[in-house]
Design a protein around this ligand. Structure first.
Ligand SMILES: Nc1ncnc2c1ncn2[C@@H]1O[C@H](COP(=O)(O)OP(=O)(O)OP(=O)(O)O)[C@@H](O)[C@H]1O
Length: 378
């Protein structure tokens, strides 16, 4: 889905420098009703991009069009953008209810008082803070303040919603619940939404599409499935999953029709599907990507198994995250490499125990060792 210029949001070629350049030619389209999640590590430029869309920062280059309107030179209050600030920016002298009501009393969003109060109540209820309606922000926890800021944004019916880390300070259970509730509410609105989060998994779970940004550059744009299954670079792969994809640097070696990924004594025969990919890679270094869930335990001497030692074991009920040390195998390099694998509980018992690991036939990824980009066809 992509927005036509006459509807939704179209941001093109956005660049911005402070002491150094923090956005490089960033472009994002969001269709009406679409929720695009933008994710990247701290300092990637997410908030700066949000602030530019809202008119709080001026880009050095690029254009923003919303509902067919070019926004260059349009002041923030005339943009019809509902921005939820990462810093909340609550009015300290207004109650929770008063803060949430404030945009509906402003000249640009004024609503009949009875309708406005009903909408505020509905949103406070949704965010589970209606019982705090008469409190002042000074008497709220961080997570409650965050929900007031979110309420103040959600009561509006703007041309664009921008939610900058809207649920980062909530506990895990509430975060999970509200993620679904907010998404549901926004899906009923015509306005497009940009949802910014440093949590890659949150981005995959809320976004119709996801934009991954790193160092001010767009690394990948795609559906959550695309990004999960085919990360475009090691930078994207590192951001997603808990624990994220394991990345092992090494070389490709060809021997009588089989292609092996090798690192020191580590040798993994690549499945046929990756041989074609590997053929395009020349003999340069590569990074092999393997998801923790795809690694299986085997007997230490099983054919094709890679030897490892259990380094640590974190049980999480049905599953455990086991960190494995491949150092023994790579002793010549004097390196110890940890691989996180999610395995059935009990499998990772016995710290220091020698085990065999089976790498999957499907789901391996290959990245260029120099650029970190996925090899074509991965
Ligand atoms: N007003 C400013 N003056 C100077 N540098 C700034 C300013 N605003 C942001 N930066 C810098 O721009 C870079 C991007 O910051 P930004 O807040 O956009 O990142 P972010 O991806 O939102 O990070 P976080 O997830 O930590 O909020 C950072 O290096 C930051 O220090």
């Amino acid at each position: 889905m992509s927005a036509s210029v006459s509807s939704g949001l179209a941001a093109r070629g956005i660049s911005k420098s402070f002491a150094q350049q923090v956005l490089h030619n960033v472009g994002i389209d969001i269709a009406p009703g679409e929720l695009v999640a933008i994710t990247g590590p701290s300092g990637a430029g997410k908030s700066t991009f949000c602030r530019i869309l809202a008119g709080l920062e001026q880009p050095d280059a690029g254009s923003v069009t919303l509902g067919g309107r070019a926004l260059a030179g349009v002041p923030p209050q005339q943009r019809r953008v509902a921005l939820m600030f990462e810093s909340y920016a609550l009015y300290p002298h207004l109650t929770v209810h008063g803060n949430a009501l404030s945009p509906l009393q402003a000249p640009s969003g004024r609503l009949d008082p009875a309708l406005a109060a009903a909408r505020v109540d509905e949103v406070l209820e949704l965010l589970e803070i209606r019982h705090l309606g008469e409190r002042l922000p000074g008497a709220l926890s961080g997570g409650q303040k965050q929900r007031v800021a979110l309420a103040r944004t959600l009561v509006q019916v703007p041309d664009l919603y921008i939610l900058d880390e809207p649920i980062s300070h909530l506990d895990a259970k509430l975060r999970h619940k509200l993620r679904g509730e907010i998404r549901r509410r926004l899906a009923r609105q015509e306005a497009p939404t940009l949802w910014s989060t440093p949590d890659g998994m949150e981005a995959l779970s809320v976004g119709d599409r996801v934009v991954v940004i790193d160092g001010g550059r767009v690394e990948q744009v795609g559906t959550p499935e695309d990004i999960w299954q085919r990360p475009a670079s090691t930078r994207v792969a590192r951001l997603l999953g808990d624990p994220p994809m394991n990345l092992i640097e090494g070389q490709l070696a060809r021997e009588s029709g089989t292609v092996f990924f090798t690192r020191r004594d580590l040798r993994i025969a690549l499945p046929a599907a990756l041989v074609r990919v590997a053929e395009q890679a020349g003999s340069e270094g590569v990074s092999l990507g393997v998801r923790p869930d795809d690694i299986a335990f085997a007997a230490a001497d099983a054919p094709g198994a890679v030897g490892a030692e259990i380094y640590s074991n974190e049980p999480f009920g049905k599953h455990a995250i086991v960190t494995l040390d491949l150092g023994a195998l790579l002793a010549k390099a004097k390196t110890s490499m940890a691989i996180a694998a999610s395995l059935g509980s009990g499998a990772g018992d016995g710290i220091g125990r020698s085990v065999g690991l089976m790498f999957p036939k499907d789901g391996l990824a290959l990245f260029d060792g120099t650029t970190g980009r996925a090899l074509p066809g991965t």
